[in-house]
Design a binder for this molecule. Structure first.
Ligand SMILES: Cc1cc2nc3c(=O)[nH]c(=O)nc-3n(C[C@H](O)[C@H](O)[C@H](O)COP(=O)(O)O)c2cc1C
Length: 175
Protein backbone atom coordinates (compact mmCIF):
# COMPACT_ATOMS: atom_id res chain seq x y z
CA UNK A 1 0.00 0.00 0.00
CA UNK A 2 1.69 3.17 -1.16
CA UNK A 3 1.26 5.70 1.62
CA UNK A 4 2.11 9.37 1.99
CA UNK A 5 2.24 10.94 5.43
CA UNK A 6 1.86 14.70 5.08
CA UNK A 7 3.25 16.82 7.91
CA UNK A 8 1.26 19.96 7.20
CA UNK A 9 2.61 22.51 9.65
CA UNK A 10 4.82 25.19 8.11
CA UNK A 11 6.59 25.79 11.46
CA UNK A 12 10.15 24.64 12.02
CA UNK A 13 9.66 23.26 15.54
CA UNK A 14 6.28 21.80 14.85
CA UNK A 15 4.44 19.40 17.13
CA UNK A 16 2.26 18.22 14.25
CA UNK A 17 5.30 17.16 12.32
CA UNK A 18 6.60 15.13 15.29
CA UNK A 19 3.27 13.23 15.23
CA UNK A 20 3.55 12.76 11.46
CA UNK A 21 7.08 11.44 11.81
CA UNK A 22 5.90 8.96 14.43
CA UNK A 23 3.20 7.75 12.00
CA UNK A 24 5.75 7.47 9.20
CA UNK A 25 8.25 5.56 11.38
CA UNK A 26 5.49 3.15 12.41
CA UNK A 27 4.38 2.67 8.78
CA UNK A 28 7.99 1.85 7.83
CA UNK A 29 8.20 -0.58 10.76
CA UNK A 30 5.13 -2.32 9.30
CA UNK A 31 7.04 -2.58 6.00
CA UNK A 32 4.60 -0.25 4.32
CA UNK A 33 5.80 1.57 1.23
CA UNK A 34 5.51 4.95 2.97
CA UNK A 35 6.96 8.40 2.33
CA UNK A 36 6.92 11.54 4.45
CA UNK A 37 6.22 14.99 3.05
CA UNK A 38 7.25 17.60 5.64
CA UNK A 39 5.92 20.97 4.50
CA UNK A 40 8.10 22.85 7.00
CA UNK A 41 11.23 21.51 5.28
CA UNK A 42 10.02 21.20 1.71
CA UNK A 43 7.18 23.68 1.18
CA UNK A 44 5.14 23.69 -2.00
CA UNK A 45 4.54 26.82 -4.04
CA UNK A 46 1.29 28.56 -3.28
CA UNK A 47 -1.40 27.82 -5.81
CA UNK A 48 -1.79 30.84 -8.09
CA UNK A 49 -4.06 29.31 -10.73
CA UNK A 50 -3.92 26.59 -13.35
CA UNK A 51 -1.31 26.89 -16.10
CA UNK A 52 1.03 29.03 -13.94
CA UNK A 53 4.69 28.10 -13.47
CA UNK A 54 5.51 26.07 -10.37
CA UNK A 55 8.71 24.55 -9.01
CA UNK A 56 9.69 21.06 -10.20
CA UNK A 57 9.23 19.81 -6.63
CA UNK A 58 5.69 21.21 -6.43
CA UNK A 59 4.66 19.65 -9.76
CA UNK A 60 6.25 16.28 -8.95
CA UNK A 61 4.66 16.17 -5.49
CA UNK A 62 1.16 17.01 -6.72
CA UNK A 63 1.49 14.43 -9.50
CA UNK A 64 2.73 11.80 -7.05
CA UNK A 65 -0.23 12.43 -4.74
CA UNK A 66 -2.48 11.77 -7.74
CA UNK A 67 -0.65 8.84 -9.34
CA UNK A 68 1.46 7.10 -6.71
CA UNK A 69 -0.27 7.06 -3.32
CA UNK A 70 -3.46 5.22 -2.36
CA UNK A 71 -3.38 6.17 1.33
CA UNK A 72 -2.82 9.68 2.69
CA UNK A 73 -2.19 10.30 6.38
CA UNK A 74 -2.83 14.00 6.85
CA UNK A 75 -1.31 15.57 9.97
CA UNK A 76 -2.36 19.17 10.49
CA UNK A 77 -2.18 21.80 13.20
CA UNK A 78 -5.30 23.73 14.12
CA UNK A 79 -4.81 27.36 13.18
CA UNK A 80 -7.72 29.73 13.81
CA UNK A 81 -10.28 26.94 14.07
CA UNK A 82 -9.21 25.45 10.77
CA UNK A 83 -6.61 23.12 9.28
CA UNK A 84 -3.41 24.67 7.95
CA UNK A 85 -3.25 26.74 4.77
CA UNK A 86 -0.28 24.58 3.77
CA UNK A 87 -2.56 21.53 3.71
CA UNK A 88 -5.35 23.29 1.84
CA UNK A 89 -2.80 24.46 -0.72
CA UNK A 90 -2.16 20.83 -1.75
CA UNK A 91 -5.81 20.35 -2.57
CA UNK A 92 -6.04 23.64 -4.45
CA UNK A 93 -3.27 22.32 -6.72
CA UNK A 94 -5.15 19.03 -7.16
CA UNK A 95 -8.04 18.24 -9.49
CA UNK A 96 -11.07 17.04 -7.53
CA UNK A 97 -11.78 14.41 -10.19
CA UNK A 98 -8.35 12.81 -9.90
CA UNK A 99 -8.09 11.81 -6.23
CA UNK A 100 -11.31 9.78 -6.11
CA UNK A 101 -11.25 6.46 -4.23
CA UNK A 102 -8.16 7.16 -2.11
CA UNK A 103 -8.29 6.82 1.67
CA UNK A 104 -7.25 9.43 4.24
CA UNK A 105 -6.51 9.31 7.95
CA UNK A 106 -6.24 12.43 10.12
CA UNK A 107 -3.87 13.51 12.87
CA UNK A 108 -4.91 16.84 14.37
CA UNK A 109 -2.75 18.91 16.72
CA UNK A 110 -4.35 21.76 18.69
CA UNK A 111 -4.12 23.53 21.99
CA UNK A 112 -7.62 22.30 22.87
CA UNK A 113 -9.94 19.46 21.84
CA UNK A 114 -12.91 21.65 20.82
CA UNK A 115 -11.28 23.16 17.72
CA UNK A 116 -9.83 19.79 16.91
CA UNK A 117 -13.25 18.15 16.45
CA UNK A 118 -14.33 21.06 14.28
CA UNK A 119 -11.25 20.56 12.10
CA UNK A 120 -12.01 16.86 11.74
CA UNK A 121 -15.40 17.86 10.31
CA UNK A 122 -13.73 20.32 7.92
CA UNK A 123 -11.34 17.61 6.76
CA UNK A 124 -14.27 15.22 6.26
CA UNK A 125 -15.97 17.84 4.05
CA UNK A 126 -12.80 18.45 2.04
CA UNK A 127 -12.30 14.70 1.52
CA UNK A 128 -15.96 14.28 0.51
CA UNK A 129 -15.48 16.95 -2.14
CA UNK A 130 -12.53 15.00 -3.56
CA UNK A 131 -14.26 11.61 -3.28
CA UNK A 132 -11.63 10.45 -0.76
CA UNK A 133 -12.76 8.04 2.00
CA UNK A 134 -12.10 9.41 5.50
CA UNK A 135 -11.12 7.11 8.32
CA UNK A 136 -13.50 8.08 11.18
CA UNK A 137 -10.78 7.19 13.77
CA UNK A 138 -8.84 10.46 13.85
CA UNK A 139 -6.06 11.23 16.33
CA UNK A 140 -6.48 14.39 18.42
CA UNK A 141 -3.34 15.57 20.21
CA UNK A 142 -2.58 18.58 22.39
CA UNK A 143 0.47 20.12 24.07
CA UNK A 144 -0.21 17.97 27.13
CA UNK A 145 0.87 14.94 25.08
CA UNK A 146 4.37 16.38 24.74
CA UNK A 147 7.40 16.83 26.95
CA UNK A 148 9.31 19.53 25.11
CA UNK A 149 9.39 18.27 21.53
CA UNK A 150 9.09 14.62 22.61
CA UNK A 151 5.81 12.80 22.16
CA UNK A 152 5.45 11.46 25.70
CA UNK A 153 1.82 10.24 25.59
CA UNK A 154 1.65 6.48 25.15
CA UNK A 155 -2.09 6.81 24.50
CA UNK A 156 -1.45 9.07 21.49
CA UNK A 157 1.34 6.79 20.25
CA UNK A 158 -1.11 3.87 20.40
CA UNK A 159 -3.81 5.90 18.64
CA UNK A 160 -1.44 6.82 15.82
CA UNK A 161 -0.57 3.14 15.36
CA UNK A 162 -4.28 2.26 15.34
CA UNK A 163 -4.90 5.04 12.82
CA UNK A 164 -2.23 3.70 10.48
CA UNK A 165 -3.44 0.09 10.87
CA UNK A 166 -7.12 0.89 10.39
CA UNK A 167 -6.38 3.23 7.45
CA UNK A 168 -4.40 0.50 5.68
CA UNK A 169 -7.26 -1.93 6.30
CA UNK A 170 -9.80 0.59 4.92
CA UNK A 171 -7.68 1.42 1.89
CA UNK A 172 -7.16 -2.28 1.08
CA UNK A 173 -10.87 -3.00 1.29
CA UNK A 174 -11.85 0.05 -0.76
CA UNK A 175 -9.23 -0.02 -3.49
C1 LIG B 1 -1.88 31.08 14.05
C2 LIG B 1 -2.29 30.08 15.09
C3 LIG B 1 -3.64 29.87 15.33
C4 LIG B 1 -4.05 28.92 16.28
N1 LIG B 1 -5.38 28.70 16.47
C5 LIG B 1 -5.78 27.73 17.32
C6 LIG B 1 -7.17 27.41 17.46
O1 LIG B 1 -8.03 27.98 16.83
N2 LIG B 1 -7.51 26.41 18.31
C7 LIG B 1 -6.59 25.70 19.03
O2 LIG B 1 -6.96 24.79 19.77
N3 LIG B 1 -5.25 25.98 18.90
C8 LIG B 1 -4.84 26.96 18.07
N4 LIG B 1 -3.49 27.24 17.92
C9 LIG B 1 -2.53 26.42 18.67
C10 LIG B 1 -1.92 25.36 17.77
O3 LIG B 1 -2.88 24.47 17.26
C11 LIG B 1 -0.86 24.59 18.54
O4 LIG B 1 0.13 25.52 18.95
C12 LIG B 1 -0.20 23.52 17.70
O5 LIG B 1 0.84 22.98 18.44
C13 LIG B 1 0.36 24.07 16.42
O6 LIG B 1 0.93 23.03 15.70
P1 LIG B 1 2.43 23.10 15.14
O7 LIG B 1 3.31 23.12 16.36
O8 LIG B 1 2.56 21.88 14.36
O9 LIG B 1 2.53 24.34 14.31
C14 LIG B 1 -3.07 28.20 17.01
C15 LIG B 1 -1.71 28.45 16.78
C16 LIG B 1 -1.31 29.36 15.82
C17 LIG B 1 0.15 29.58 15.56
Amino acid sequence: MKTLVIAASPRKNSYTNVLAKFAHDYAKEKKLDADLLDLSKTPLDYFRGYGEEYSKFTIETINAIKDKYQLLILATPVYDSGFSAALKNIFEHSNYKELKGKTAGFIIMASGKISSLLVQEQLNSLMNYFGIYSNPKAVHATMEDFDGMNLKSEAIQERIKELVDSSIDMAERLS
